[in-house]
Design a protein around this ligand. Sequence first.
Ligand code: AP5
Length: 276
Amino acid sequence: MKNPDRKAWLLGGDALCSNPPDPPPGPSWRLVLLGAPGVGKGTQAELLCERLGACHLSTGDILRNAKCEGTRKLTPALEAALSSMRQGALVSDETMLELVGERGRCLRCCGGFVLDGFPRTVAQAEALDALLKREGVGLDLVFDYELPTKEIVARLSGRRLCPECKAVYHLTHQPPEKAGICDVCGGRLIRREDDRPETILTRMRVYEENTRPLLEWYGRQGLLVRVPAHGTPDEIYARGWTCGRSMENGRTPPSGKAGRGSTAGGAALAPPARPS
Ligand code: AP5
């Protein structure tokens, strides 16, 4: 499936995507990804979007993109947001809700969406519920990826990012073909400012205090799928749908999509079947 350019999400305002997704043959998927910093949410979001035809809505990418967009003057709120980000702290709910609120139409994207990095607090989850209601759509599933801290730190320490196209690499697990150069666009890879060891620890603490309560929040709504995040990205992708399938024992997910998810092993690359 083609990769949407995400201009409407990254730039906000009146920006339009130049290659919006094609309407999928069946209903689109609307997912939220939770998990500690560096657990692999962005990597899974890319796989999910590629295979489901959905759009990757990352709030971290909005902020990093604002920094890269040298032509536009940053507002004081965005300056403060980037400073919080550098320190590993959360950006204020007020700023995040303004950024996401003005991009509300992306929640109606015909390809569906994978929200990565939002919501991160209970106040943001409440606001998202209201926003989804306003846009007339609902969530299908919330995947929570879990991994021991030691492994997460190893993933973050080796991460490299393309500032141009946002592709993510890892020095040993997912190296680019040519060292330091993006396979997709030829950009020069960088290390994220918030991937320094001391900032990583702050981010982990902030996650425990502010974001972990969302597991209970979405658990109560019957949307939460807990996914052990060890193994290769493909294995984790397949495991997500397998874990989602077990939800049928409790509550049938909206439109019953999870129950028809792919299983581990040979079906790892296949997206879940869509209801006819
Ligand atoms: P954000 O950009 O959302 O970052 P994060 O949640 O901290 O998550 P990361 O992007 O660091 O990691 P990831 O889980 O996506 O892992 P990845 O796939 O890259 O937010 C950054 C900051 O912005 C926040 O700290 C905050 O300041 C601010 N912010 C954003 N949203 C906000 C909000 N809603 N409210 C307030 N503040 C907000 O993988 C990591 C590495 O591991 C990569 O190198 C990858 O190649 C590798 N890898 C992935 N999967 C595997 C695997 N299976 N095996 C081996 N290696 C793997």
